[in-house]
Ligand binder design. Structure first.
Ligand SMILES: [Zn+2]
Length: 318
């Protein structure tokens, strides 16, 4: 083969290999939005155990929907308007009913950036009033600004933060088409505005980010002490099935909440001891034993920040 032909062939092979590699990455990073049955009339979609990226369209959290004779109730709005529209298309394949309500378990970006699509389709948004502080904060505005860069084209200039139509402050029962949704405030835990949604007719509990499965939880500014307490509150529902904020369905509540509970306890123990002994964070972090958690997705990107936030919190905790 002539030299120039050989180099073209090599280049072509390289391009094909790169495209094939990209396709593999894309297939892994971009889970299809496919509703899975939870109980009769109840479905959920499961996001990837990953950071949000253009490749996964910020599909990194779960959402669920419940079909009633007079409308569909969605729990959490997913991480981009495009995903929310995709979810509505998936709902339309299951029922001719339209989405009447979206209950937001908490105002974190991956659960709320889809809200505007539901509102445009005529749905009412229900959330806990404690979210207002975040919603009106510079943090939320800066987060959105950064997401427009990091998650383009899924998050762009037209993506906006959407307040609730109904702000709750206490336990509330929403009835749609004769189906009761018991909405229970459990914050401040993962966030000040945490809501769990209990569907007594099917014994299904939508736990939001109080329950993480199959990945390292995101701690952020959480109140870890009350988060652990809130897990006990969730157990009292005696749910048959729990839809977590991240990860697969749970049909064995106590066992499946163990990861979240053990992780939070470990953070509080190791970082609490360091804070009490006035040991510098870096030393305490290096000395802590992470072997029970380091195999989990997102350990490398989330654990150090989770530990640091917990360290700061434990310094302030009486
Ligand atoms: Zn989340």
């Amino acid at each position: 083969m002539q030299a120039w032909r050989r180099s073209w062939a090599v280049l072509l092979l390289a391009v094909v290999a790169t495209l094939a590699g990209a396709a593999v990455v894309r297939a892994q990073d971009a889970p299809a939005l496919r509703p899975e049955p939870v109980a009769p009339g109840v479905w959920f979609v499961q996001g990837a155990s990953a950071l949000g990226s253009p490749a996964n369209r910020n599909f990194i959290s779960n959402a669920a929907f419940v079909v009633t004779p007079q409308g569909v109730v969605v729990i959490d709005a997913l991480g981009s308007p495009a995903l929310a529209r995709e979810l509505m298309q998936a709902i339309a394949k299951v029922t001719p009913q339209r989405v009447t309500h979206v209950i937001v378990t908490h105002y974190h970006a991956d659960h709320i950036y889809g809200l505007q699509a539901f509102v445009e389709a005529g749905a009412r948004v229900v959330a806990h009033r404690a979210a207002l502080e975040y919603l009106n904060s510079d943090t939320a505005a800066l987060r959105l600004k950064a997401s427009r860069d990091e998650l383009a084209p899924w998050i762009d200039e037209s993506t906006r933060l959407v307040p609730a139509d109904v702000w709750l402050t206490q336990r509330t029962t929403l009835r749609v088409g004769g189906v009761a949704f018991e909405i229970e405030p459990l914050g401040p835990a993962h966030t000040p505005e945490d809501l769990a949604v209990w569907l007594p007719s099917q014994r299904v509990l939508f736990a939001g980010d109080l329950v993480f499965r199959g990945r390292i939880p995101f701690v952020g500014q959480a109140n870890t002490r009350q988060w652990i307490d809130s897990l006990d509150a969730l157990l009292k529902f005696d749910a048959q099935t729990i839809v977590p904020g991240h990860g697969p369905l749970s049909t064995s509540a106590r066992q499946d909440m163990r990861l979240t509970a053990d992780y939070l306890r470990h953070l509080r123990e190791t970082m609490g001891r360091a804070a009490r002994n006035m040991e510098p964070f870096d030393e305490a972090y290096a000395a802590a034993d992470w072997t029970a958690f380091e195999h989990l997705p997102l350990f490398r990107v989330a654990n150090r920040m989770n530990a640091y936030n917990t360290y700061l919190q434990m310094e302030r905790e009486p």
